[in-house]
Design a protein around this ligand. Structure first.
Ligand code: ZN
Length: 134
């Protein structure tokens, strides 16, 4: 089993990491104006409200942008890997790895879906993979 660094959890992001452990991708929502935002933060950028809750995302989206880091090598990932900015169908963007796909086959606009992967050290992370189109 592969290893990943554990995320830094703060009071503002606790719900997000707890959601991943439950197999849920949670997106922060402003209670006052309804705007979704990610990454989680204390104040709404639209209306400055501090009132917030979270909604569960579908996990479906598309590749908005991506890179294949070369140097320095990641000590926890062997070989080439893809870091993608995924735009969720709810309209917010989230950074993740794209897995289960040849890096040469990744394209902008590619349909992807979330998968929850548990890494050694009991770390659960959101990862994306090509969407299964039914
Ligand atoms: Zn707001």
């Amino acid at each position: 089993m592969s290893v990943r660094l554990a995320p830094t959890v703060t009071p503002d992001t606790q719900f997000f990491w707890d959601g991943l452990r439950e197999g849920r991708l949670l997106i922060q929502r402003c209670v006052q104006c309804g705007r979704l935002r990610h990454p989680p933060r204390p104040m709404c950028p639209s209306c400055n409200s501090l009132a917030k809750d979270a909604v569960e995302a579908s996990g479906r989206g598309w590749v908005y942008s991506f890179v294949m880091p070369q140097h320095p090598p990641d000590p926890f990932i062997e070989g080439r890997y893809v870091v993608a900015l995924v735009e969720l169908e709810e309209g917010v963007r989230i950074v993740s790895n794209l897995r289960h796909v040849d890096p040469d086959d990744v394209t902008i606009g590619m349909a992807v879906e979330v998968a929850f992967e548990t890494f050694d050290g009991d770390v659960v992370l959101h990862q994306f993979r090509p969407a299964v189109l039914l």
